[in-house]
Ligand binder design. Structure first.
Ligand SMILES: [Zn+2]
Ligand SMILES: [Zn+2]
Length: 356
């Protein structure tokens, strides 16, 4: 098998050949048909997250080891299974749940493997999808995508799951009754708009300073879009939301967006953050109580949520997010395009030379 690996942080990915593994016991060997290039792959490649105030969080300190094959948004065809695998068909396509936990701790047993402290996520702590094959440790991580295209399915493993899990954290009645305010109309934002609509949400109001993204947000189903550099957004958003803002999803996560979001929330409101832009905020502690405010972070999602999401996409025939496909040998080009802000839609690596 061939993979494109991070051998040194911030250096070009290295093409590596290894023997293709044979699955044993509960393992499954998947031929990668689509691997999404996610923004967190950039953090992994840099080896750090910006914590604000000049501080950074090191991925190596968190147990990441090099060389590493990145890629956690993976869909593909099962080509071989271990002898204990049941209910998985060779030749069928699946999306892989990549947020593996240790499988033994309390959190994992509760089904929240994405929150395990000894996580073994694919593409971070185990070889991921920038490769022609991936070995999955247990068949239960495979979710049947039916006749959905692997290119559509792959991004649901991270950007789709992250937004789905964030939306699920909003009180059900609030989601039905109130328009959700969304910071950021990039990939996560567009996914969130589509999913809020699919889940029967009352509407979405989008805030993004980049007006070139506004048309796509409206097309995805946003009720209105705002430019925070031009508009007096606090007043206008409240008006557009029907008087008060109850729920915010922040796909940016900068000091400015979180501060603006907190200031905008009404009493009892919720702010759910999925963006990892970096920064820090000051919280006036009495306001947490007096406004009965919820400020919650959410990290990807659990296996059950991925299963629900795939069922929702199938059931509502949701359109795929905009993607640019490229041969998986172009993994590093894709990563650089993301770094330079030049990526158009979700970049997905494929084994076929689809856009060449
Ligand atoms: Zn991701
Ligand atoms: Zn665990």
């Amino acid at each position: 098998m061939i993979s494109f690996d991070i051998v040194e942080l911030k250096k070009p990915l290295v093409r590596t050949e290894h023997p293709t593994p044979q699955p044993e016991d509960h393992q499954v060997l998947v031929r990668v048909l689509a691997a999404g290039v996610c923004h967190s792959d950039l953090h992994i490649w840099h080896g750090t997250y910006d914590l604000g105030n000049g501080k950074t969080l090191s991925m190596m300190d968190r147990g990441m080891k090099l060389p590493l094959t990145p890629g956690h948004e993976i869909a593909g065809e099962v080509v071989a299974v271990g002898d204990k695998v049941k209910n998985i068909e060779i030749g069928k396509n699946y999306v892989i749940y990549p947020w593996h936990g240790c499988g033994e701790c309390k959190v994992c047993r509760r089904g929240d493997e994405n929150l395990c402290l000894n996580g073994k996520s694919l593409g971070i702590y185990q070889p991921g999808g920038y490769s022609d094959y991936v070995l999955v440790s247990d068949s239960r991580y495979l979710v049947d995508i039916g006749d959905m295209s692997p290119v559509q399915a792959a991004p649901y493993a991270c950007s789709g799951l992250t937004t789905y899990s964030a939306i699920r954290k909003i009180k059900e009645q609030v989601l039905k009754d109130e328009k959700v305010v969304l910071f950021g109309a990039g990939g996560l934002g567009l996914m969130a708009i589509t999913l809020i609509k699919a889940l029967g949400g009352a509407g979405v109001l989008v805030i993004d300073p980049d007006e070139s993204k506004h048309a796509a947000a409206l097309q995805a189903g946003a009720d209105a879009v705002f430019n925070p550099r031009k508009d007096d957004i606090a007043t206008e958003i409240k008006k557009a939301a029907g008087g008060a803002v109850w729920a915010i999803i922040d796909c940016v996560g900068s000091s400015q967006t979180i501060q603006a979001g907190q200031d905008m929330l009404t009493k009892g409101g919720q702010l759910v953050q999925i963006g990892l832009f970096g920064g820090h905020i000051d919280i006036s502690t009495p306001f947490m109580v007096l406004k009965a405010m919820t400020y919650q972070g959410t990290y990807v999602g659990n296996l059950r949520e991925l299963q629900e999401l795939i069922a929702l996409v199938k059931d509502k025939h949701l359109p795929p997010v905009a993607t640019t496909c490229m041969h998986f040998s172009k993994a590093f080009t894709a990563l650089l395009a993301l770094e330079e802000g030049k990526a158009v839609g979700r970049q997905v690596l494929t084994p076929g030379n689809l856009d060449a």
